[in-house]
Design a binder for this molecule. Structure first.
Ligand code: SAM
Length: 481
């Protein structure tokens, strides 16, 4: 039994990645994407539960479908992802129109569950972790349709016990994908046309594989992640850029910095979540590093190659955070010289250890701290971007921009977004282009190609260029066909 599906994704990159696997599993069973929910036989909401707002959003989205479900009771509504794992059967009780609840480790079972439901099985929740034989769904890149920048899972779950975080509950304990499978999947993406890969994991740098040599160095937090990076660099020589997210600062050891110094394929940018700049708060968060240790590790990564940039995640208003603690966070943001950051207001999550500490920072204080954090991030980000005006950078072009028809956008190795206008006779998607930065905006740069950069770009016949643009533009503008 198959039909048409819609998968709606909330939350982080890992959820986007899980949704892609869900679609592949459905397509392998004969399902086809629907252009709109009205035309769908199955709607899957792939959810996040890291903050409460994501949960509220799910309720409102499911609520919007209630009239449709009343009109067409045969429409199957499923909730997948972290919130599904966290709530399980309770979701079925709370959302009466819901038919299926599916945990992140049960994606492969989706087509069979939908088939059984259509055949008359009652609503059910499948939220079982695959602890005994971890399963990593292999991506199925389709030649010609592979994105310039692809994501590859290297591990799942999390063994950290950060007091604010629900991820260990919703994603289970750490399980690692075998290194040879990871290298094989990256090679398939590159063969299908991808040029950049981002390795994905909750603590991506805690990687283990008993078939790899033991960790280097005497730091007890050393992992085999640097070995994995070397294996990828050697095994997929045509890969242009390698990124990873999110590393835990504990495993950002000396050997990781050495790998950065040694492997040109690694982007000169690391997203290293710090969460707070106050030792007192870091202890309460159970982050297992001090401010000084973080700065040392971040500094080593920044120094591994010239112009390496750092970005981070920060939570404001965790229980007991004082104005002085927050001041320490602001000073760390300056000291670590982050070029961008994600900031969040603390959101109490069910069952996390921090619940015992209450939620004593008033909402308006959280809002004020977040606004001040963003103002500082903007000041630093703008100064960084303005400092790049007049420099030459290499940009990996990811696709056409929304603006003028000849403007393309991509990112530098340091992760700045760059818009560049290119002549009609060139075709640059997936190419590394040398550009001169001409202007800084709030979050991006504009540039023009250098003469040498332009000369290296492949030329396409006018007609084929136009055809390629016609195929690419709708992807960006969100139109059909
Ligand atoms: N595993 C990664 C780590 O902690 O290094 C990130 C996982 S989480 C999807 C992304 C970010 O959400 C975290 O880095 C943190 O800043 C934020 N976050 C997690 N739990 C939160 C909570 N209870 N309230 C507000 N923000 C939270």
């Amino acid at each position: 039994m198959s039909g048409r599906y819609v998968v709606q994704t909330f939350g982080c990159q890992m959820n986007v990645h899980d949704s892609d696997r869900m679609e592949e599993v459905l397509r392998a069973h004969g399902w086809m994407p629907a252009l709109e929910v009205e035309a769908a036989d199955l709607v899957v909401f792939n959810t996040c539960s890291v903050r409460e707002r994501a949960e509220q959003k799910l309720r409102s989205e499911v609520g919007k479908l209630a009239p449709l479900k009343k009109r067409r009771p045969e429409l199957v509504l499923a909730v997948a992802g972290c919130l599904a794992q966290q709530e399980g059967e309770r979701l079925l009780a709370r959302l009466p129109y819901l038919d299926l609840v599916l945990g992140p480790d049960n994606i492969a079972e989706l087509p069979a569950l939908v088939r059984d439901h259509i055949a008359g099985a009652p609503p059910q929740a499948r939220t079982v972790f695959d602890l005994d034989s971890p399963r990593f769904l292999a991506a199925a890149p389709r030649p010609g349709e592979a994105p310039v920048s692809a994501f590859v899972t290297t591990m799942k779950g999390c063994d950290e016990r950060c007091s604010f975080c629900i991820v260990p509950t919703t994603r289970g304990p750490e399980r690692y994908r075998p290194a040879d499978e990871i290298v094989g999947e990256i090679a398939r993406w590159v063969a299908a046309g991808s040029r950049e890969v981002t390795l994905l994991g909750q603590t991506v740098d805690s990687f283990r594989d008993e078939r790899l040599p033991p960790p280097e160095g005497d730091d007890p937090d050393e992992s085999q992640f640097p070995h994995l990076l070397r294996l990828i660099a050697a095994g997929v020589p045509d890969l242009l850029r390698l990124r990873y997210t999110s590393p835990h600062p504990r495993h950002a050891t000396r050997s990781l910095a050495l790998a950065h110094a040694e492997l040109p394929v690694l982007a000169r940018h690391v997203h290293l979540p710090v969460q707070s700049g106050s030792d007192r708060v870091l202890r309460r968060m159970i982050r297992r590093y001090t401010r000084e240790e973080y700065l040392e590790r971040a500094g080593r990564l920044r120094a591994s190659r010239p112009d390496t940039t750092l970005s981070t995640d920060i939570i404001v208003g965790v229980p007991g955070e004082t104005e002085a603690d927050f001041g320490e966070t602001l000073s760390l943001v300056r000291e670590a010289r982050f070029t961008s950051l994600f900031g969040f207001k603390y959101s109490p999550r069910p069952g996390v250890p921090a619940l015992r500490l209450g939620d004593d920072v008033p909402e308006d204080v959280k809002g004020d701290r977040l606004a001040r954090l963003f103002a500082l991030a903007e000041e630093l980000g703008r100064a960084h971007l303005e400092g790049l005006v007049g420099t030459t950078q290499q940009v990996l072009i990811e696709g056409p921009s929304k603006g003028s028809p000849r403007t393309f956008s991509g990112r530098t190795g340091q992760n700045e977004i760059v818009h560049v206008e290119l002549p009609e006779e060139t075709f640059a998607v997936g190419e590394l282009v040398d550009v001169e930065i001409v202007r800084a905006f709030k979050h991006s740069l504009s540039a023009r190609p250098t003469a040498a950069g332009l000369a290296r770009l492949p030329r396409t016949a006018q007609r084929s260029h136009a055809e390629k643009r016609r195929r690419l533009l709708p992807l960006v503008q969100g139109e059909a066909g």
